[in-house]
Design a protein around this ligand. Structure first.
Ligand SMILES: Cc1cc2nc3c(=O)[nH]c(=O)nc-3n(C[C@H](O)[C@H](O)[C@H](O)COP(=O)(O)OP(=O)(O)OC[C@H]3O[C@@H](n4cnc5c(N)ncnc54)[C@H](O)[C@@H]3O)c2cc1C
Length: 402
């Protein structure tokens, strides 16, 4: 039986970072993954350019039942630490709006960097490996607990005994590239609470009537402010064949509960009432539709406002009608049907209950030697590089203790 100091299950962002740090400490580290390639989600992230962190990272950029949990790790391994690694490997990057940092060339640069660091730290990565069973030392007769080996991991390629076991298998989003509930099952096996999961950072679908009404707008993107009672995000909304997407919708989806409506301000940078009243004085013979076309795509206003109203000249546009137009465009309220689910979601909300985990070491409070890092935990970031920063920070912290 192969014996190592640390087994990390999951060769994703968090698992690789943890492996690098543990390897640097001289620990004998083996990373296992059922996929045929390490870091598959990194490769597909950020439209292929990986939004690897953000210039501003705060606890308020994360959702968790335990909102303070992420603070410690984020403050010990920060975005600046990850940037230092990026700079060490001379990876060209650029900033987009809201402080988001992307690779200039390709997300492959990030995976190449992590694998180079793993190699330098003598980390062994074994892909194409199915994990069949995890046993504790007590479960296995004749297991050499005396040597400090806590777990045995049975795989289709043999059994491995290890002192520390790190679960870095991520969440449920994008099952077609290998996402599984494995991490939650391991937690449950050891009596660790798992909070209900649901898709986050995910497009919203519409009820049949709205879907038919808005599907012809598919492809139109508009800068908006999207809100509900809990949060508000000022970014683009994209109309799709299935419903609504774009960064503002992905962001609010993490705060959306089934049955609720969302409010979309299609002109967040304009006071439409004052604008229309001024125009009424200046261009009284102009039709409303001619004015609105300067502000929003024609097909969108034609879908949202009655034709008779759009054909009205400004001279005939009463204050009440101006208010009606402003309400519709500043406070367009729509009730989504559902989300597109894990098939397209960027993250999984919920997961392993942080109350059962040390925020300093990422080790289970109940099971010595068992660690959880990355998205498998109940910590989910906003869109904007926050999920990778959580993977780096939590992975780094565990790497100091495994
Ligand atoms: C399309 C898309 C784009 C994204 N873009 C961004 C972005 O630009 N910026 C950002 O911050 N976040 C982004 N995210 C989120 C980010 O990718 C994840 O939050 C992050 O990868 C989580 O890291 P992790 O290491 O916890 O899990 P993962 O990176 O998902 O790694 C988990 C690993 O575990 C392996 N695994 C799973 N189950 C098993 C099993 N049963 N046996 C063995 N191995 C297993 C998987 O094969 C995988 O290699 C994006 C997500 C998606 C889906």
């Amino acid at each position: 039986m192969l014996e190592v100091d640390v087994v990390i299950i999951g060769a994703g962002a968090a698992g690789l970072m943890c492996a690098i740090e543990a390897g640097k400490r001289g620990r004998k580290v083996l990373v296992l993954d059922h996929a045929n390639r390490a870091g598959k989600k990194i490769l597909m992230s950020g439209g292929g350019r990986c939004n690897f962190t953000n210039y501003t990272v705060e606890a308020q950029n994360y959702l968790s039942q335990n909102p303070h949990f992420c603070k410690s790790a984020l403050s010990r391994y920060t975005q600046w630490d990850f940037l230092a690694l990026i700079n060490k490997h001379k990876i060209p990057f650029h900033e987009r709006e809201h402080g988001q940092l992307f690779c200039n060339d390709s997300a492959k640069d990030i995976v190449t960097m992590l694998l180079a660091e793993c190699e330098a730290a003598k980390v062994k990565i074994q892909l194409n490996t199915q994990i069949e069973k995890i046993n504790t030392a007590q479960d296995l007769p004749g297991f050499k607990n005396l040597e400090g080996l806590n777990f045995s991991i049975m795989t289709d390629k043999g059994t491995i005994a290890t002192q520390s076991l790190v679960i870095a298998t991520g969440g449920l989003s994008i099952p077609k590239i290998g996402a599984t509930p494995f991490g939650y099952q391991v937690a449950q096996q050891f009596g660790i609470n798992v909070l209900a999961t649901r898709a986050g950072l995910v497009p919203l679908t519409l009820h049949a009537e709205d879907k038919n009404k808005f599907a012809p707008l598919s492809g139109i993107a508009v800068p908006c402010e999207v809100s509900n009672q809990r949060k508000s995000f000022k970014e683009a909304v994209l109309f799709t064949h299935r419903g609504l997407s774009g960064p503002a919708i992905l962001q609010i989806s993490s705060y959306w509960q089934a049955g609720e409506g969302i409010v979309i301000n299609l002109l967040p940078n304009l006071d439409l009432i004052s604008f229309l009243k001024n125009k009424r004085l200046q261009k009284s013979q102009a039709k409303l539709k001619t004015l609105l076309v300067e502000l929003l795509p024609k097909r969108l206003t034609a879908t949202l406002l009655p034709e008779a109203l759009l054909e009205t000249t400004l001279a005939d546009l009463s204050d009440a009608k101006i208010t009606q137009v402003a309400m519709q465009l500043h406070e367009w309220t729509i009730k989504p049907n559902s989300t597109e689910g894990y098939r397209t979601a960027e993250v999984t909300l919920g997961g392993v209950d942080c109350a059962a985990i040390s925020s300093k070491t990422m080790q289970s409070q109940q099971v010595a030697g068992l660690f959880f890092i990355g998205e498998v935990l109940d910590v989910s970031g906003w869109l904007g590089g926050y999920n990778f920063q959580w993977a780096w920070s939590s992975g780094w912290c565990a790497g100091q203790y495994v």
